[in-house]
Ligand binder design. Structure first.
Ligand code: GLU
Length: 297
């Protein structure tokens, strides 16, 4: 029996589309190719960004496409007590502090020649909230230690060792908004550990979060998790295909061509003409024999 546990963790901001299908498929094939379990987690932590009905639509589409989860779907909206408990552990250890800065103030404090996509937090509130200011968020207190990590061999930079100095590249990052909501980084780490995930397989658009998540996992004393980041699907203008760039929903009514196209994006060709059952059999055996499968138990 394999110890492998994988997951697909979409945010319900829109229906499943060609880009999210690639991430779903890669995570599923990797789990099946390693005789592992595969879990589905709906990351519904940010209601203003969510589309009513999207979670149900994603779950129904995945089922029609032949994805079979090995446990009931986990909704992050049911997990607030767990995030609270883990947040309190960080707080008691003095690892988080309240911060009053707005996005605007952080962006304005950048000294580099060009504004960065994600500005580095300059540490303004590290030594305490400025007088008269209220907390807007809680931030994790980083040290200068680099995070050493590597993707599995076929993933990011062919699995070459990476060193990420979070304090320089990101700065103390937000784990909770002061008005309640949990940051993705904290929730994802708590749930990956709680669900016993051994392998995260997801789009390379999330690679920048990896070092943050490893660091949080270590602080919370969780086991390490392997990662495999697969290329994201780009729209014609070179932007990442996403609900925000208007990616259309995939046709779950005619599943095999949609699945075959997602797999072709990862360099694996299978016939488009067969049944759904044939697709999955081919796809799992091709994945198992491919470089993608390397580096997991
Ligand atoms: N919920 C995140 C998203 O849809 C993905 C989380 C993850 O795979 O770590 O972008």
């Amino acid at each position: 029996m394999s110890s492998y546990v994988g997951r697909f963790a979409p945010s319900p901001t829109g229906p499943l589309h060609a880009g999210s299908l690639v991430a779903a498929l890669a995570s599923y094939l990797d789990a099946r190719a390693h005789d592992g379990r595969w879990l589905l987690r709906i990351e519904d932590l940010d209601p203003p960004r969510e589309l009513p009905g999207a979670a149900e639509a994603i779950i129904a589409d995945l089922a029609r496409l032949g994805f079979e989860a090995d446990a009931p779907v986990l909704f992050q909206s049911t997990r607030h007590a767990a995030y609270e408990e883990e947040f309190e552990r960080l707080r008691h250890a003095g690892l988080v502090y309240p911060c009053a800065c707005s996005r605007r103030e952080i962006a304005d404090s950048q000294v580099g020649p060009e504004p960065r996509a994600e500005p580095v937090y300059p540490g303004t509130c590290r030594a305490g909230l400025p007088a008269g200011r209220a907390a807007r968020s809680w931030r994790l207190r980083l040290d200068a230690e680099p995070v050493a990590w590597a993707d599995r061999p076929a993933g990011w930079e062919q699995g070459r060792p990476q060193l990420t100095v979070l304090a320089r590249e990101v700065g103390d990052f937000v784990v909770r908004r002061a008005d309640g909501p949990w940051a993705y980084q904290l929730a994802v780490v708590v749930d990956d550990a709680w669900q016993g995930i051994t392998d995260i397989v997801r789009g390379a658009d999330l690679v920048a979060s990896t070092a943050r998540q490893i660091h949080l996992r270590r602080l919370l004393g969780y086991p390490a998790i392997r990662t495999l980041h697969v290329p994201v699907v780009l729209a014609n203008d070179g932007q990442k295909l996403s609900k925000q760039t208007g990616a259309g929903p995939i046709s779950a009514a005619d599943p095999v061509p949609a699945l075959a196209a997602a797999l072709a994006h990862l360099g694996i060709q299978v016939p488009e003409s067969g049944t759904l059952g044939q697709f999955w059999r081919h796809a799992i055996s091709r994945w198992r024999a491919s470089d993608w499968a390397q580096g997991a138990d």
